[in-house]
Design a protein around this ligand. Structure first.
Ligand code: SAM
Length: 217
């Protein structure tokens, strides 16, 4: 995602009641995220949420779930905040943070499911550790997901998808399904498009997707 300096983004983040960006505050909520929502509904997260279209649409469709959108950059997150202002529900918040700190802020079994949408591919030889579907990250997801929790990943990038399939296995996880053409597959029903997905679909690209769970729990 291009990082333009969106004027006033930081101030908008600071003023928004829907953004939690203070590290100490995030860490203090470890094991208590349900208190933020005031109910026991399952909490789903999207890691690398970008401008928030997918998460906001999910929140609308599933008021029986809670959602946390995780994004590193204010310049992108500010677009999600704009969408959030127009939504009257109370089941979605955003965390400005680096996903490498997920285990500092979420407790064991605290998360019901994880969405990874169009994650940055990074050069695999030099920066594999940064890829959100690398073994390092599957190990982090393992520490925060409920025993029956699922990770659902979408991408247009076939190289990243192949890498991700290998990493699922290397991390000791198991696939529920995978497809290299999501929109023409049996898993298309109920699919919510992200900003990137819409863009790639408009130029005729196929979307790959996988869903995985652990075998060792
Ligand atoms: N999910 C959105 C979509 O499909 O339209 C955005 C996709 S964009 C290619 C990837 C996003 O992930 C960017 O907004 C980037 O800032 C965010 N991101 C990448 N690595 C991250 C990390 N370690 N922690 C939090 N966000 C991250």
């Amino acid at each position: 995602m291009r990082l333009r300096n969106v004027s006033g983004a930081r101030e908008i983040m600071e003023e928004s009641p829907f953004v939690l960006q203070d590290e100490a505050d995030q860490q203090a909520r470890k094991g208590h995220w349900k208190d933020l929502f005031g109910n026991d509904n399952p909490i789903w997260i999207e890691v690398g949420m970008g401008k928030g279209r997918f998460l906001m649409e999910h929140a609308r469709l599933h008021p029986e779930r809670n959602y946390l959108g995780i994004e590193k950059y204010s310049s992108v997150l500010v677009r999600a905040v704009e969408k959030r202002r127009e939504y009257e529900g109370d089941n979605v918040y955003f965390l400005r943070m680096d996903a490498e700190d997920l285990t500092s802020i979420f407790d064991k079994d605290e998360i019901a499911g994880i969405y990874l949408n169009f994650s940055d591919p990074w050069p695999k030889d030099r920066h594999a550790k940064r890829i959100l579907t690398s073994v390092n990250y599957w190990n982090r997801y393992d520490q925060i997901l409920q025993p029956d929790g699922r990770v659902i990943f979408k991408t247009d990038n076939t190289g990243l998808f192949d890498f991700s399939l290998e990493q699922v296995e290397a991390a000791g996880w198991e696939l529920d399904y995978f497809t290299r053409d999501l929109h023409h597959s049996e898993y298309a029903e109920g699919n919510v498009m992200t900003e990137y997905e819409q863009r790639f679909t408009n130029v005729g690209k196929k979307i790959c997707s996988l869903c995985a769970h652990r075998t060792h729990r």
